[in-house]
Design a protein around this ligand. Structure first.
Ligand code: ZN
Ligand code: ZN
Length: 319
């Protein structure tokens, strides 16, 4: 994992924007100086490269890790909080995360559950081509990509509606599940500034039933749209000056996939595994996040009475 950063400043927020917005590059992180200390929103990937990236970014702004007073984590994924272990060796910040992501932040093995890995194993592994994924542990996968996960030993849980004062900003916590059960966005209403985390950015985030599902994602987009922000600082991709348009772009991408599923099913009934292979090309992507994404769509379509399942997942039929 080698990634270059662009350093920008927007309305008093120091922005470290990863040049590559895609996994396993570090998520963007944001620094808010106050007096001779500073707060951070997300900290980037773990592993020696990730820690080096964070260290270089702080050096670029002339900041000492020891002066970090607060860290707010948008959610407990390695590209956002993997470098926390390195930071905690050098500083004693207060660390905040949503209550539903506390478990993942303190015991990263829990991410197997929120990534719906047991579901993918149960659904895919009995079929040819997926045998190699039988014992997959998502933490090993992270290590293999160079963006490893780390844990925090102490966190303070926040919830929807809480307010966090960081420097001259007062952020309202918005619980925005879909991509992670405790994903949060931060909104400074007075400044019209929204940090949407992974929910809106250069690429739509993945979603699984355990992370909040498609319904959760769509409801979170409604919440973000209702904030009517003037500027968004996303976790992946460049600064967004037209938040409403970007939110609708993500919504369009999610619904495009739903349309694609219904189109495939209008020609003939498919099994879950066949449908997954029609949507996603490589076996790994079918395993993760394909399985979880498809299941999220099927849950929504079933609830709306637009599809039904026969013989478990053997035959999915359009109503
Ligand atoms: Zn994430
Ligand atoms: Zn991310």
């Amino acid at each position: 994992m080698k990634c270059k950063a662009r350093f920008e400043e927007h309305g008093g927020v120091l922005c470290v924007i990863a040049e590559d917005p895609k996994w396993p590059s570090p998520a963007n992180f944001y620094v808010i100086p106050h007096g001779n200390r500073f707060a951070m929103i997300d900290v980037g990937c773990g592993g020696s490269d990730g820690a080096g990236y964070l260290k270089d970014a702080l050096t670029h702004w002339g900041l000492r890790p020891a002066d970090c007073s607060h860290v707010v984590l948008s959610h407990s994924h390695p590209d956002h909080m993997g470098a926390i272990g390195w930071l905690l060796k050098h500083a004693r910040p207060r660390v905040f995360i949503h209550g539903s992501d506390v478990k993942g932040a303190m015991d990263p093995s829990h991410l197997n559950a929120t990534f719906d890995i047991p579901f993918a194993i149960k659904t895919c592994v009995p079929h040819p081509g997926f045998e190699g994924f039988a014992g997959l542990d998502i933490l090993d996968y992270f290590n293999g990509t160079g963006c490893s996960m780390d844990r925090t030993l102490k966190v303070e849980a926040v919830e929807d509606g809480d307010r966090l004062a960081l420097g001259e900003f007062v952020f309202e916590v918005m619980h925005t599940p879909g991509h992670s059960p405790g994903h949060i966005a931060l909104h400074d209403r007075e400044k019209g500034l929204l940090l949407p985390g992974d929910m809106v950015g250069a690429i739509p985030a993945w979603y699984t039933p355990a992370s909040g599902g498609l319904k959760g994602y769509l409801e979170s987009l409604d919440k973000l749209a209702a904030a009517n922000a003037r500027r968004m600082l996303p976790a992946h991709g460049p600064v967004i000056e037209d938040p409403g348009r970007s939110i609708e772009w993500v919504r369009g991408k999610l619904l495009e996939r739903e349309k694609q599923i219904l189109e495939i099913l209008s020609n003939e009934n498919q099994s879950f595994v066949e449908l997954n292979a029609a949507l996603f090309h490589s076996p790994f992507i079918q395993f993760f996040p394909g399985c979880g994404i498809l299941e999220s769509h099927l849950i929504k379509l079933e609830e709306e009475g637009r599809i039904s399942r026969k013989d478990g997942n053997e035959r999915i039929v359009r109503s």
